[in-house]
Every structure is written in C-alpha cells, then in structure tokens.
Write a protein that binds this ligand. Structure first.
Ligand code: HEM
Length: 147
C-alpha cells in the first residue's frame, strides 16, 4: 500500500467515529426535541454537520474505491473481502448517504418544527443502522482495523 492510500485509509477509518457520534447525537437530539415545537439554530447546525461528515466519508471512500487493492473488479465475487468492499460496503454506504441527504433536505423545507425533528430522527436512524452494519469491524475478518 503506498503512502497516499495509507493516509486515506487511516483518515477514512478514524472518521467513522466522528460520523457515528454526530449521527447518534443528531438522532438523540431529535428524539428529545421532537415535541418541543422549536427548531433552533443549534439543531440545524448539528444535523448539517452530521450530514457533512457523511459526505466527507463518501468523498474519501470514492477515491479509495478507485485505488484500493481490496477493490478488484476482475475478481469481484471471488472472495468475501473483494465482495464486501467492491459491492456491500459501497452500496450500503451510498444508501445511508442518500437517506441522510434526503432527510436533511426535507427537514429544511418543512415548516413545522416537530416534523423537522421527526424526519431527521427517522432518516438518520435508518442510515445509522445501515452504516453500523456495513462497517468492516475488525471482528468480521475483512481486513479492517479499529482505527
Ligand atoms: C459513512 C460512510 C462510511 C464509513 C463510516 C466507512 C467506514 C470504513 C471503514 C471503517 C473502513 C476500514 C478502514 C480500515 O482498514 O481500518 C473502510 C474501508 C473502505 N471504504 Fe469505507 N466507509 C464509508 C463510506 C464508503 C464509501 C461510500 C465508499 C466507496 C465509495 C467506501 C470505500 C471504502 C474502501 C474501498 C475501503 C477499503 C480501503 C482499503 O483498505 O484499501 N467507504 N470504510
């Protein structure tokens, strides 16, 4: 693995915790405030930063998809690792990114504060479940590390 790829993998790996923490914080915040009748600037920023963190992962992930030796189109289904990074990881994460982006966009257009919190809660929760399930955690033997 060359230095550039190594830097990107380490950044992508560590950023997972930022993504997980921000998405979780946004969900908990939406649950707490979903009947408050108010949607503050702080709520808006938290939901925005959570979405940005996911988009940053998407950008780094797309570069890794092009250069990583774990993505091998000639042998896409030949091993668990090739299938995971070549198919499952990218499609799972793309779905999560789409869910977060749609929930965020819809929350911006809605007038009702409680509805804004509700769409964030639902969209981000489904995304979090998918992200959790498609992270190559070390115990899954896919070559991923904790950091
Ligand atoms: C929220 C979104 C994402 C999260 C949390 C995430 C998380 C991770 C983690 C934890 C690893 C393992 C790093 C390690 O070796 O320790 C990884 C690897 C990888 N990810 Fe993602 N990822 C996300 C999105 C994406 C997307 C959208 C793509 C592709 C477009 C992608 C492509 C890759 C590739 C190719 C690797 C293997 C890199 C290598 O070891 O050479 N990721 N990802």
């Amino acid at each position: 693995m060359d230095t550039f790829q190594n830097i990107l993998v380490r950044a992508h790996s560590g950023l997972r915790y930022v993504v997980l923490a921000l998405i979780l914080a946004a969900i908990v915040n939406a649950i707490i405030k979903k009947k408050s009748g108010t949607y503050s600037n702080g709520d808006r920023k938290l939901n925005l930063f959570a979405m940005i963190s996911v988009h940053v992962q998407l950008l780094i992930g797309l570069v890794l998809y092009a250069i990583s030796d774990k993505v091998n189109f000639a042998e896409l289904f030949s091993s668990t690792v090739n299938r995971f990074y070549g198919v499952e990881h990218i499609f799972g994460m793309l779905l999560a990114v789409v869910l977060v982006t749609i929930a965020h966009a819809k929350s911006k257009k809605m007038e009702d504060a409680n509805k804004k919190h509700r769409i964030i809660m639902l969209g981000y929760l489904f995304a979090l479940i998918i992200i959790f399930a498609t992270i190559p955690w070390p115990f899954r033997d896919l070559g991923g590390k904790w950091f």
